[in-house]
Write a protein that binds this ligand. Structure first.
Ligand code: SF4
Ligand code: SF4
Length: 361
């Protein structure tokens, strides 16, 4: 296959057919000429060792596709979806390149051209059905007060982890009073699939009707930030009311897993540890790879849909690290990491559940 219509081929020529990438030119060019310092950080290429799956490989492919020097076909374009959005590579990069953001831009461009993987297209096609399920499941959770503070729980919690969603509602009500459960989507699944127009449509609906909500899932909070909205997280609200939580204690080992979107995505490392120390009566256990260096659970970026085997292998690797550190229970604070680590066989709970148990009346 030749270069795309209108593409210019040659050194430094990138823009006519793919203007989106102008904003990302510096990152793309830096990666192309890099000695790949970040390769060990990528959970995808660690789980499936292929040069094309390293951050360098994915960025170079986008770069050469944009130049018209690599085919604009589904096989090459699919590499933009071979990323969990964990930001792990950024922490190893001297330039702090935002590889995930560049790959997301490539997703938008490839989706528009009909080059998104079938799994991503299916996510977009069934988004209407997801909204219907979300509205029904939200109504089943608990009564919502139309005059209350809007709370966005996230579809991962509402649809797949309703017990944790109920715990979050108990905690939110105890801390801030009456709440209104938002039965809308932040658009994150569409963003990850590459449907930028659909993502902005969801954001517009959400922001036209409500002030910035209190948010449970860090993935939703990060998606809202991409649209310029800075919501407050439930974990931040909770740590500001630390005295409201008592010590429930436990004899077993409890180890905290930093969710990528909460840690590297939003920069929240301390609040969950402070809360866990309060409810456990001691500091939580730690993984060898933690905070900025924490390993991914494989649940982000739509990877469970586009590369399910790789996603499972990433989760297994994190659970093996947990077992090597002494096993016990993992506590996390995002729906996708909770589900992936459970699927990989670990005993996993959500920080919110511990907070609900520790609430003092
Ligand atoms: S993200 Fe940084 S370290 Fe990784 S390939 Fe690109 S420039 Fe190199
Ligand atoms: S953001 Fe994470 S999954 Fe994506 S390329 Fe970087 S290290 Fe790999």
């Amino acid at each position: 296959m030749g270069p795309p219509d209108g593409a210019m081929v040659g050194a430094g020529m990138t823009t006519r057919s793919l203007p989106l990438f102008e904003d990302r030119r510096a990152e793309l060019e830096t990666c192309v000429y890099c000695p790949k310092l970040c390769r060990a950080a990528c959970p995808v290429s660690s789980a499936e060792p292929k040069e094309s799956l390293t951050p360098w490989g994915k960025m170079s492919t986008v770069y050469f596709q944009a130049r018209g020097d690599a085919p604009l076909d589904e096989e090459h374009s699919a590499l933009a979806w071979a990323c969990t959005g964990c930001h792990g590579c950024r922490e190893r990069c001297d330039h702090r390149n935002e590889v995930a953001s560049s790959l997301w831009e490539a997703r938008f461009a490839w989706f528009e051209r009909g080059l998104a993987p079938a799994a991503a297209r299916r996510v977009v096609a069934r988004h209407g059905a997801l909204l219907t399920e979300l509205a029904r499941a939200s109504a089943d959770l608990s009564p919502s007060d139309p005059q209350g503070t809007p709370v966005l729980l996230g579809c991962g919690y509402v649809l797949r982890l309703p017990d944790v969603a109920r715990d979050a509602l108990s905690v939110a009500r105890a801390l801030i009073g009456p709440i209104r459960i938002l039965d809308r989507c932040c658009g994150l699944p569409l963003l990850q699939a590459g449907d930028m127009a659909g993502f902005h449509r969801e954001i517009q609906i959400l922001t036209a009707e409500f002030p910035p909500p209190l948010v449970l899932d860090p993935g939703c909070a990060l998606a809202l930030r991409k649209a310029g909205i800075h919501p407050r997280l439930l974990v931040e609200e909770a740590v500001a009311h630390l005295e409201r939580f008592s010590t429930v204690g436990t004899t077993g080992e409890v180890r905290y897993h930093d969710p990528c979107q909460l840690g590297r995505g939003l920069g929240v490392y301390e609040a969950p540890r402070v809360l866990l120390a309060r409810v456990l009566g001691r500091a939580p256990g730690e993984f060898a790879e933690r905070r900025q260096q924490a390993a991914c659970s494989g649940g982000g970026g739509l990877l469970p849909r586009t590369m399910p085997e790789v996603s499972r292998a990433i989760a297994r690797s994190r659970v093996q690290a947990h077992e090597q550190a002494g096993s016990g229970e993992i506590v996390t604070a995002c729906a996708s990491s909770l589900r992936k680590l459970r699927e990989a066989g670990a005993q996993v709970s959500d920080l919110t559940t511990w907070l609900a148990r520790a609430l003092q009346s």
